[in-house]
Design a protein around this ligand. Structure first.
Ligand code: SF4
Ligand code: SF4
Ligand code: SF4
Length: 264
């Protein structure tokens, strides 16, 4: 799975470089038709439906390879590790909070459909718009500075806590997360192979791996593949469905204690 992670990283950096070039050449509007934005002026229903279908099939690959804000956060988290701000084993599982995500997403939707003043609230919480506005492409100096400050703040949060913005505030992430929890392909921990080292949980910048219970919150998983890449026993696979324990006694015990959800 290490190779898959490296391919994902190379792809994400290439997409970010391509997008930066397109925006610098004045093509931010055209790029918006292939990406997700809550900006009503640039929103594309076709792109939205296409990405929801892709997410339903593959999980939140958008958040690991295509979203410019996601890649910037990954760079910040990677730098924090490289520069010694955090060592190995920094992250811990945290239960997700759908209420907070839902309320923020609802507020953004209401703002996006309001007048020009309320639409600004939506714009400054939208990852694509923030990146485009940070380049100063279609806002004045003040707008550019505000977008830049928010983008830097998101990167500081990523430096300190990983993908907190993605799984708390980002309205696009909330929409994709609502779909990805039911996605066809998902990362799955094989309890038969797991040796309980906890490395996957400690490397998950979405804090969505519960190594003890062998579960992953797929609504928050951004498909970075970090967990699978660090697993010493290759116990984490990207697959359709969940692995069934091979030992019937162990299967009954874990089901009874709620340690692992099994197929019927
Ligand atoms: S959650 Fe939002 S900011 Fe994070 S990667 Fe996904 S779309 Fe981008
Ligand atoms: S890294 Fe692999 S072996 Fe270690 S706890 Fe996670 S799944 Fe189990
Ligand atoms: S569960 Fe794995 S792939 Fe998903 S966000 Fe966490 S580390 Fe990345």
């Amino acid at each position: 799975m290490k190779t898959v992670k490296y391919i994902r990283v190379v792809l994400s950096v290439a997409v970010l470089a391509l997008l930066a070039t397109v925006i610098a050449l004045g093509g931010g509007d055209e790029a918006a038709h292939y990406l997700l934005t809550v900006d009503v002026a640039m929103f594309s229903l076709g792109a939205c439906i296409a990405w929801l279908i892709i997410t339903l099939l593959l999980g939140r690959v958008y958040c690991s390879t295509v979203c410019p804000m996601g890649v910037l956060q990954d760079i910040a988290a990677w730098l924090a590790k490289r520069l010694g701000h955090r060592g190995k084993g920094f992250y811990r599982f945290q239960p997700g909070d759908w209420r907070l995500r839902g309320i923020i997403a609802l507020l953004v939707i209401i703002s996006a459909t309001g007048d020009s003043r309320t639409r600004d609230v939506a714009l400054y919480s939208d990852p694509y718009s923030l990146v485009v506005m940070s380049s100063g492409w279609y806002v004045g100096l003040l707008g550019m500075l505000a977008a830049l400050m928010i983008t830097v703040a998101i990167m500081v949060i990523a430096w300190r806590t990983g993908r907190t913005f993605c799984n708390t505030i980002c309205p696009v992430g909330t929409a994709l997360g609502a779909v990805s929890q039911f996605s066809l392909m998902q990362l799955d921990i094989n309890p038969d192979l797991c040796v309980g080292c906890g490395a996957c949980e400690q490397e998950c910048k979405s804090s969505c791996v519960n190594a003890m219970q062998h579960t992953i919150d797929h609504s928050r998983c951004v498909m970075c593949m970090n967990c699978a890449a660090v697993c010493p026993n290759d116990a984490i696979k990207y697959r359709v469905g969940k692995h069934r324990l091979t030992t019937p006694l162990l299967r009954r015990a874990t089901t009874a204690t709620g340690m692992a959800k099994q197929e019927p």
